[in-house]
Design a protein around this ligand. Structure first.
Ligand code: COA
Length: 316
């Protein structure tokens, strides 16, 4: 027993920031950003918090699945840009949607949505849950150094959620970690008069080219690995939903597999990189557009801080 996806949801803050908007206060251009990343615009919070977005995405997914909050047995939540270190952001969602079940955060950088699904599968396998809510919400605009054009142009804000029920849709998964701070958001160092060193500022720091190489290698390896766990071939897969970090990363994987043009889902042009929320947002877009049918096979694949990566195969 693993799970099946009963419903999906998302919340995207309404404020759109285009590349031209950024170039008004940063030494960058629409041409550079589109050519190097594929991003044309991103959505940015003006008053919404990470938990606000999560609550809206959660309500949307519950409605889509026909599940009442009182039926939930567990809420999991991923974020790298939460409102609190403690309490867990999941606890605040629990209260605001009127659920009574246990709730906790799972922290694992951009692939965290897939690490969360793997945790969820364990709860179903042990028979501990019948209905579960999994949310990824990111206010990356809060953790960006807006003076750093290397990072400020590539991220955006948003939230996605899924409601899971008992089933056998989660066919296989692979998780990978090679511990490193190549991408990091250090915590505030505190005010202790006894502590002697000083951490870097609490913004996203990223070695772009090293991250790029890691991303392409893992995306290709992880997709191959999960496919080899099943008896499926690439022709059996309806959609591959890759983490939306850079269109050139997705194109590199697409070329490596010589797949049809639209097999890899792309929406980075509209949202930028919303960290752990990219995959559930994409999943909800496909689901609501009627582009996933019962029995379709999907590969979800993500990479990022950790360094970590994860992939899985899902039968819809
Ligand atoms: N606008 C204009 N110029 C920029 C710029 C921007 N926003 N950001 C960087 N540049 C400049 C650099 O300063 C550099 O100039 P120089 O040659 O005069 O020194 C030049 O562009 C090339 O920089 P480089 O860092 O080599 O660019 P790149 O092609 O590697 O693209 C990233 C940078 C960040 C877009 C790319 O490395 C990337 O996407 N990496 C992976 C990110 C990722 O996957 N993150 C995942 C986190 S989950």
């Amino acid at each position: 027993m693993s799970f099946k996806i009963l419903g999906t949801g998302r919340f995207i803050p309404p404020k759109i920031v285009t590349n031209d908007d950024l170039s008004k206060f940063m030494d960058t251009s629409d041409e550079w950003i589109v050519e190097r990343t594929g991003i044309r615009e991103r959505h940015v919070c003006t008053e919404e918090t990470t938990v606000d977005m999560a609550v809206e995405a959660a309500k949307n997914a519950l409605e889509n699945s026909g599940v009442d909050p009182s039926e939930l047995d567990m809420i999991l939540f991923t974020t790298s840009s939460g409102d609190y270190t403690t309490p867990a952001n999941a606890c605040l969602v629990q209260a605001r949607i009127g659920a009574t079940c246990p709730a906790m955060d799972v922290v694992s950088g951009c692939p965290a949505f897939l690490f969360m699904l793997d945790c969820a599968a364990g709860y179903f396998a042990r028979g501990r849950v019948k209905k579960m809510l999994c949310i990824s919400a990111e206010r990356m605009s809060r953790v960006l150094d807006w003076d750093d054009r290397n990072t400020a142009v590539i991220f955006g804000d948003g939230a996605g959620a899924v409601v899971l029920g008992e089933g056998d849709s989660y066919l296989t998964s692979r998780l990978y970690v090679r511990g490193s701070t190549i991408i990091q958001i250090p915590n505030y160092d505190g005010k202790s008069p006894f502590y002697t060193s000083h951490a870097e500022t609490p913004w996203v720091h990223m070695k772009g080219q090293e991250t790029f190489k890691f991303a392409v290698t893992r995306l290709v390896t992880d997709i191959k690995d999960v496919l080899s766990d099943t008896s499926l071939s690439m022709d059996d897969i309806r959609h591959i939903i890759p983490h939306q970090a850079n269109l050139r990363i997705i194109d590199a994987a697409r070329k490596r597999f010589k797949t049809r043009e639209d097999l890899f889902y792309v929406n980075i042009d509209r949202y930028g990189n919303t960290s752990s929320a990219t995959i559930p947002i994409a999943l909800d877009e496909l689901n609501r557009a009627g582009k996933i049918e019962k029995g379709d096979y999907l590969i979800l694949s993500a990479f990022g801080a950790g360094l970590s990566s994860a992939s899985c195969v899902i039968r819809w």
